[in-house]
Each structure stands twice: as C-alpha cells, then as structure tokens.
Design a protein around this ligand. Structure first.
Ligand code: GDD
Ligand code: MN
Length: 368
C-alpha cells in the first residue's frame, strides 16, 4: 500500500527540514506502507521549496507541489489531487509542517486504519490529547468552544476535533469529495472535508494528540475570517439539512400555502367579497399549491403519476378538510372549556395538531 503524507507549507523554511527528517524516521516503523512526502508549498517567499530541494538531494520519496497562495484549503486539495491522480496512492496523511503536530504519533493513526477505520483524526479534546498549557485562557476558550460549536452544531458528536490538520484517510474521500470541498479555500476546508466524509459514511477513528506551539515562524490563520467561515458553514449545513429533509420541505410548502391563503383572502375582501368566500377561495388555492409543490418537491421521490392525479387530488382535499376540522375543533373545544379569550392559544395548538395530521396523511396515505 502506498501512503502520501501531505505537508502544507507557507514560510516554513525553519521547520520543514526538521519535520521531513522526523517523518522519514518514524515512517520506517510503520509496516505495510511505502511513503511519499508531499510538500504543498505556495511559492513561499522564504524559499521553503529551496530548503526542501537541498535536503531532498536525489531522494525520490520527497516531492514538492507548488502553486500560488490561495489558502490552506486550496493547497491541501492540490496536494490531495496530486497524491491520488499522479502518485496513485491508497492512503493520504496530512500534518502541519510547523512541528505543532508530533510526527511520532503517526504510527497510531495507521494502527487505527488497520483496525478498519477509514478516516482517522488527531484529537486534542479526548483523553490523552491536549492543547498547550501555556495558552491564555481566552485562546483555550476559543479553541474548545469553537470545536464544540462545530461538533454540536453539525450534530456529529462522535468526533471531538473538527478543525485540526493531523489526519490519515482513504483516498476514496478525495475522489468523491474533490468538487464538493473545492469552494472552501481556507482553514474551514478541514471541517468541510471531514463533515462530507462522514456524510458518505466514513468510519472515523480518533487518536489523541498533544498540540504544541510552533517554535519558528508564525501562524497564518486569520482568526476573525476563520470564525466567520466556520459559523457560516455550520449555519448553512444546519439550514440545508432541515430544508432538504422531507419534513422541512413540507413546512416550507405549508408556509407558502399559508401566504397564498392570506393574500387571496385579503385581496378578495378588499374588492368587496365576503370574508367567508375569501377564505374559502384562498384555502382552495393554498390546497392546490400544497398539492403540486409537495408532489414535485417534498415527495418528489414518490411522485404521483399524471393519470392518478385527479383521484389523489380529491383525496388530498379530503385530508386537508380533516386538518381544517381538527383546527376549528381544537379552537371550539378550547374556548368552550377555557373561555373565548384563550382562542389564540388553541388556534396555535390546532395548527400544530393539524400539521401532524397533514404530515401523517401525506406520508402514509397520499404519497405512500
Ligand atoms: N501551502 C499553504 N498555503 N500552506 C499553508 C497556508 C496556505 O495558504 N496557510 C497555512 N499553511 C500551512 C502552514 O505553513 C502550516 O504548515 C499549516 O498549514 C498550519 O498552518 P498554521 O498557520 O501553523 O496554522 P495554526 O497552527 O494557526 O492552525 C492550526 O489550528 C487550526 C485550527 O484548529 C492548524 O492545525 C490548522 O490545520 C487548524 O485548522
Ligand atoms: Mn501552526
């Protein structure tokens, strides 16, 4: 099996040779794999590439893949594609080049891979892992809270470290995710890549790691931009998982129906119609909208064939009438028992029960 270790570098001249030689040593203890070290450099002004060239000599297991500076995500993706498409590897490892990640932990990652995991992440937030003691309280809180927001925000609590860059994974995740993750050019790439791998069913393993502060050079992270990107990513994923789930779509369609109903009622009343007529016409137009939007979107995977549309639409009107009865019935019973003043609460309760009724009818009867 062939493994490629990607080292993203931007101005890591003072670190790159030390980490390459440590990696060279430690990988000799990992059996079953041949290793290539891939430096994904962005034409660093400090000539990191030159330092690698002179250390490399005639070794063929060290390659430099240069590009222009477009962010950590872009550099990682460039390295990944080169590793898979040009070097033909089976497994990819990635590690920060500034020695914040200890190369001697690498065998544990490969041990996890051998145990059947196909995506192994280094975790600072599990037993045996750590962030630096010398970090100020603010930095510690940022780090811990940031990870917790991602972890709970995405609802994937099995993984404890989402943002780190010390990982080993199967090459299939590069092949299957290269387009999906391409837009994430910065540090948020780490989150997007792991999250999408989990969505594809990755069997994630964690190795505890100690993160130490770099001794040479400085961090390239831009905290405020990073925080914004992370929050945006989590919010976007949350929103789309709700909207793309059947129930979320059902709610969206129902809201559109409610808006149609209200607008039609108001328009008809404005031109002199009786509110009862206005609300009946509005309700029927909302029913039509609900039926066709649910058929083509919410339950698009169980779409009703055109010859079955008339009877199904008739049935749909019946279940909608059911919701109307539930709603008005709830208001009637509630106001009878607790007084007319309470009508708004029972209206809300009626709408809630009506929603459950509708969703049950749609998924169990209409779009069975
Ligand atoms: N080629 C390239 N291009 N490399 C980059 C770039 C870039 O634009 N930006 C950063 N790097 C390289 C650095 O040279 C280093 O080897 C590694 O990526 C990590 O960058 P640092 O600048 O040292 O980041 P950090 O230590 O502040 O960030 C750590 O924590 C982040 C959040 O938890 C790293 O572990 C990140 O991977 C992690 O996302
Ligand atoms: Mn660093």
């Amino acid at each position: 099996m062939k493994a490629v270790i990607i080292l993203p570098t931007y101005n890591e001249r003072e670190n790159i040779v030390a980490i390459l030689s440590q990696l060279t040593r430690v990988t000799r203890t990992i059996s079953g794999f041949s290793f290539v070290f891939l430096v994904a450099d962005d034409s660093s002004p400090d000539d990191t590439a030159g330092a690698v060239e002179s250390y490399k000599g005639n070794r063929r297991d060290i390659v430099i893949v240069s590009g222009k500076k477009e962010g950590l995500g872009k550099a990682l993706l460039r390295g990944m594609l080169y590793a898979v498409n040009v070097l033909g590897c089976d497994v990819i490892a990635q590690i920060d080049a500034d020695l914040s990640h200890d190369p001697s932990a690498l065998p544990k990652f490969f041990e996890k891979m051998r145990q059947g995991h196909d995506f192994v992440v280094g975790s600072r937030y599990i037993r045996g892992g750590s962030i630096p003691d010398n970090w100020g309280i603010h930095r510690k809180i940022y780090s811990i809270a940031g990870n917790a927001i991602v972890r709970f925000g995405l609802g994937e609590t099995r993984v404890h470290d989402w943002t780190g860059g010390y990982r080993v994974y199967d090459k299939k995740y590069v092949e299957r995710l290269k387009d999906e993750v391409a837009p994430y050019s910065g540090y948020v790439f780490q989150i997007a890549f792991l999250h999408n791998a989990i969505k594809l069913g990755a069997n994630v393993g964690e190795v505890p790691i100690h993160f130490t502060d770099r001794r040479f050079g400085h961090s390239k992270i831009a905290p405020s931009e990073y925080i914004r990107n992370v929050l945006f990513y989590v919010a976007k994923e949350r929103f789309s998982s709700v909207v793309h789930g059947t129930f979320g779509k059902f709610l969206v369609v129902g809201t559109i129906g409610f808006i149609i109903n209200t607008i039609v009622l108001e328009l008809l009343v404005a031109v002199g119609a009786h509110p009862v007529v206005g609300s009946a016409v509005g309700a029927e137009l909302a029913i039509i909208s609900n039926f066709f939007l649910n058929n083509s979107w919410t339950f698009g995977h169980k779409k009703i064939k055109s010859k079955n549309i008339p009877p199904k639409f008739f049935q749909f009107n019946g279940t909608s009438l059911g919701a109307l009865v539930i709603q008005s019935g709830t208001v009637a019973i509630g106001t009878f028992l607790f007084g007319v003043g309470m009508y708004r609460w029972f209206y809300l309760l009626g709408v809630g029960i009506g929603l459950i009724w509708n969703y049950a009818m749609y998924s169990r009867v209409i779009w069975r």
